[in-house]
Design a binder for this molecule. Sequence first.
Ligand SMILES: Cc1cc2nc3c(=O)[nH]c(=O)nc-3n(C[C@H](O)[C@H](O)[C@H](O)COP(=O)(O)O)c2cc1C
Ligand code: SF4
Length: 443
Amino acid sequence: MSQHPTYLLDRAKIEGAHTLAVAQKHGAYEALRKILKEGITYAQVIQVVKDSGLRGRGGAGFPTGMKWSFMPDPAKDPRPRYLAVNADESEPGTCKDRVLMEQDPHGFIEGCLVAAYAIRAQAVYIYVRGEYRHPYNRVFQALAEARKAGLVGKRILGSDFDCEVWMHKGAGAYICGEETGLMESLEGKRGHPRPKPPFPAMFGLWGQPTTVNNVETVFNAPFIVNRGAAWFQSMGTKTSTGNLLVGVSGHVNRPGVYELPFGVSCREIVEDVCGGVWKGKRLKGFFPGGSSTGVLPASFLDTKLEHDAIKATGSMLGTAAMIVMDEDTCMVRAHEIIARFYEHESCGQCSQCREGTQWLHQIFRRIENGEGRHEDIDMLVTLSQGMAPGKTICALSDAAAIPTLAVVKHFRSEFQEHVEKGACPHLPAGTRRPVLAGHGAAH
Ligand SMILES: Cc1cc2nc3c(=O)[nH]c(=O)nc-3n(C[C@H](O)[C@H](O)[C@H](O)COP(=O)(O)O)c2cc1C
Ligand code: SF4
């Protein structure tokens, strides 16, 4: 793959970049200084982010500048307002925010402050995945340093901009990454998503105007302020601008988190960036953006990794967490595991999701165990159609249904083989996989 401009991970690669001294030497807080010293208005910050075409990196790809502009005008609505930063990162396959928090925590804090300035938030709440102890500690320590240096808190850098930054640890629930579940959890309640409307910009944390953004999204903001919208648009494609962090896991020689421009092909990622499928095997399929984005067979490998091209395949870019599966992977087993995850993580408020995720898991399991019937395959489809899209309070139900629809569409023959053989064709004759332990195993 040819060389391409980078910025997201440049500082992260420098020894000691998690400390304020090193981070500042390499450009951290320059955008914040520029805004405050040059008197750049919040409206100008929103405009440059709008012009840049930055889209959210938390999964849905919503335009960030537009989201910020939904916050009410403080002259008409003087309520306190907040920024909630989503560092829950629980989608299976996704591990990119961790890298930013661990290796460039000051870049991340600056991103939070620039976003908070744009929406005129007086406080930022960073909601960190409970298992992320090291990233949490890194950001916590960086915050202490930044606070001491007058970069966080009252009268930041001597200006009239006040902004406090608080951190909160989750307790291992995927649903707390959904923006309204996250806010409920921050308020000390169960992480049960709220029906929308009202949207967070009008009724967010403690009922006040709130914007929820992903870690990588806010991380981009200082670069855009410093280098401009045209620079940002010069990378990627027309509708997916800038670089993004692509986390590749599964059966490749070099898994990892890579900074790549939107529009790079999935083939370049697997073959060039990640050194190809491991053990000299052939590719069977891949999830382009995490377990909730539908699986694609190897024939889609030339698809460009950007919102529109991936959408055209019927899948989604999601969090650009590519999960690569070699020719020996049992697609039924892989989806049994995924279905089990969604069953476990459903908060249970909506019947389609609560019951549907249980049934999906149960049907996948019986097909995998050689106890499936031909009609079970269509039942997976009918069930999923009743669960998505947009039929429930939040998109977790879609997240379980979409991969099911995709795997049956692209790999139906594998399901039929399981049913006809009365066993998993990927296992030696007469053997069975162990029942997955934990929640759901009893159904
Ligand atoms: C079940 C579920 C889990 C989610 N988990 C995360 C997560 O861990 N991190 C994240 O940034 N967004 C997650 N999202 C998306 C958020 O609801 C929200 O769209 C995102 O944080 C907005 O940020 P962005 O506009 O910067 O992308 C999740 C959504 C759903 C439905
Ligand atoms: S879709 Fe599922 S996870 Fe989301 S609110 Fe409904 S039951 Fe809860």
